[in-house]
Design a protein around this ligand. Structure first.
Ligand code: PEP
Ligand code: MG
Length: 560
């Protein structure tokens, strides 16, 4: 047995042991004919392939709804739309009729432009490119009569190894059968990674392409915490891995050794994720990413649909706090049908509150109406605004909420005014934290964006990944300043960026004075265990030393 290691980025802090199944959804056209003798035959072949693809998608949709959840199944509706998109069908028709291409070559050509356009936009748009690739490869596979791996029926103990997994690939995975996945492409905050955390599947992304040469059946240990993948582990390595993966789940609130309560909440994007978060013992929801309700569809959900989804989450967490973030569209989360220009740099352009209410006040009004109505329900609802960077912006938002509450009052609709807060994601909001806190009940630090804006390092660009690290002292000092300003302004302060979910950082974050930590459901048990072990005095000393450090390496050494 060897003990070779492949390193990547761990995205689900779980450990899996299983055997390799290589997955390659790409279809190679090199050995196929370019020109066809009879355009009409090719046109017909395309039509038949389209029908077969539509049937496959419908079957996969219902299977995914049953196995994974209704929200995850919606990705297949988006694929059906791509399949019927006139830009694609007309493109194929032209390539067949005018250029005499075979149906396969015509399909390949018709998808080129739309894929390139989505790719150029980066972030979540790049994930739409993955969806288009999916649909194209499905058509090509059908045309070439090739078999495909059914990802929802993988043998138990599979570790899926792939160049990339699209969100629809990931949604199909059965967490009971899949011991983990390893991909060459993808980042910690990519959609597939977020979905893997929701499904509690151990995952490592960004590994070297050598992983694609591993033989099917090779045994692997996938450590989603360290990002290490061990090839052909010996029996001792497997036993040690199994032992260390047994996290316990507790549902009771946690305090430090000295009795200080720290709320450990979950980040969710759908009602189903809220159920998973409850099962893993979250105290509440610290971030409900409402924009997920707007993804993979053609039009925004109306007020009643939003209200329904919010009520479901509130029922799951009846009696607990549920922090709902107002729409955070833009940046790496564009929604194609809202038709907002992403600009040259989407992360610095119209996103968060600059989009809603900024550009789309009517969308915001409907959204906040749904939230205020849900606040009358069984949970302690709280609402927070993303990417606020001026006091004037915040004051206008608070005026909007008051006006919407007055409107509901006048209509005689049942509603409640929730706790109000703001995300701290920009240096501007760090410097204004005191003014914000005086106007609000709470602040929540979004370290994914705060790190990118403090360090000027995009969160989705691997080349600057070492800069996009919240352990850099400037980020820690921004966090400390925010916590202090929040408390001076009589507001509680939480953290909902990925940093909050790393158990290595729990002592430091408690030492920095955070009142709440919110994370992917899967890390809730480990962070709760970490909080219970914190000695307040040592944590404060650790925080002070970290704030005085000059480099992230020094901070890392203090933590280790
Ligand atoms: C953050 O920026 O840290 C955050 C929690 O928001 P999102 O990841 O949704 O941008
Ligand atoms: Mg953010």
């Amino acid at each position: 047995m060897s003990d070779r290691r492949i390193s990547g980025v761990g995205v689900t802090p779980l450990l899996g042991v299983g055997t390799v199944v290589q997955y390659d959804s790409a279809v190679d056209l090199d050995d196929t004919e370019r020109s066809a003798a009879d355009p009409e035959t090719e046109r017909q072949r395309f039509e038949e392939a389209r029908e077969t693809a539509a049937d496959e998608l419908a079957r996969e949709r219902s299977r995914t709804a049953e196995r994974v959840g209704a929200d995850e199944a919606e990705i297949f509706d988006a694929h059906q739309q791509f399949l019927a998109d006139p830009q694609i069908t007309d493109g194929v028709e032209t390539a067949v009729r005018e250029d005499g291409l075979t149906a396969e070559r015509a399909v390949s050509r018709a998808f080129e432009d739309p894929i390139a356009r989505f790719e150029e936009a980066d972030g979540m748009f790049a994930e739409r490119a993955d969806d288009l690739r999916d649909v194209r490869d499905r058509l090509l596979r059908i045309l070439l009569d090739r078999d495909r791996v059914d990802l929802s029926a993988l043998p138990e103990g599979t570790v899926l190894v792939a160049e990339r997994l699209t969100p629809s690939d990931t949604a199909q995975l059965d967490p009971d059968a899949v011991a983990g996945f390893v991909t060459v492409e993808g980042g910690r905050t990519s959609h597939a990674a977020i979905m893997a955390r929701s499904l509690a599947i151990p995952a490592v992304v960004g590994v070297d392409a050598d992983a694609l040469d591993l033989d099917d059946g090779t045994r692997l240990v996938v450590d989603g915490t360290t990002g290490d993948v061990t090839v052909d582990p010996d029996a001792d390595a497997v036993a040690a891995a199994r032992e260390s993966s047994g996290a316990t789940v507790r549902h009771d609130p946690v305090t430090t050794v000295d009795g200080r309560h720290v709320e450990v909440a979950a980040n969710v994007g759908t009602p189903r994720e809220a159920v998973a978060a409850d099962e893993r013992g979250a105290d509440g929801v610290g971030l409900f990413r409402t924009e997920f309700l707007f993804l993979d569809r053609e039009a925004p959900p109306d007020e009643d649909e939003q209200y329904g989804a919010l009520c479901e989450v509130c029922e799951t967490f009846a009696g607990s706090r549920v922090v709902v973030r107002t729409l955070d569209i833009g940046g790496d989360k564009p929604i194609p049908y809202v038709d907002s220009d992403p600009g040259d740099n989407p992360f610095l352009g119209v996103r968060g509150v600059r989009f809603a209410p900024g550009e789309r006040p009517e969308l915001f009004e409907e959204h906040v109406r749904a939230i205020l109505r849900a606040a009358a329900g069984p949970a302690q609802l709280a609402v927070m605004f993303p990417l606020v960077s001026t006091v004037a912006e915040l004051d206008a938002l608070l005026d909007d909420v008051s006006a919407i509450a007055a409107e509901l009052e006048e209509e005689g609709v049942d509603y409640a005014v929730p706790e109000l807060g703001a995300m701290v994601e920009t240096p501007a909001s760090v410097f204004l934290a005191r003014e914000f806190a005086e106007r609000l009940d709470f602040l929540s630090i979004g370290t994914n964006d705060l790190t990118q804006y403090v360090m000027a390092a995009a969160r989705d660009d691997d080349r600057v990944a070492s800069l996009h690290d919240p352990l850099h002292p400037p980020v820690l000092r921004a966090i400390a300043r925010t916590v202090e300003a929040a408390h001076e302004g009589d507001a509680w302060v939480g953290m909902c960026g990925e940093m909050a979910g790393d158990p290595d950082f729990t002592e430091l974050l408690v030492g920095l004075g955070l009142d709440e930590l919110s994370m992917s459901a899967v890390t809730v048990p480990d962070v709760k265990a970490g909080v219970r072990d914190v000695d307040d005095e040592s944590a404060a000393a650790l925080a002070e030393a970290a704030l005085n450090a000059e480099t992230r390496e020094d901070v890392r050494a203090l933590i280790d």
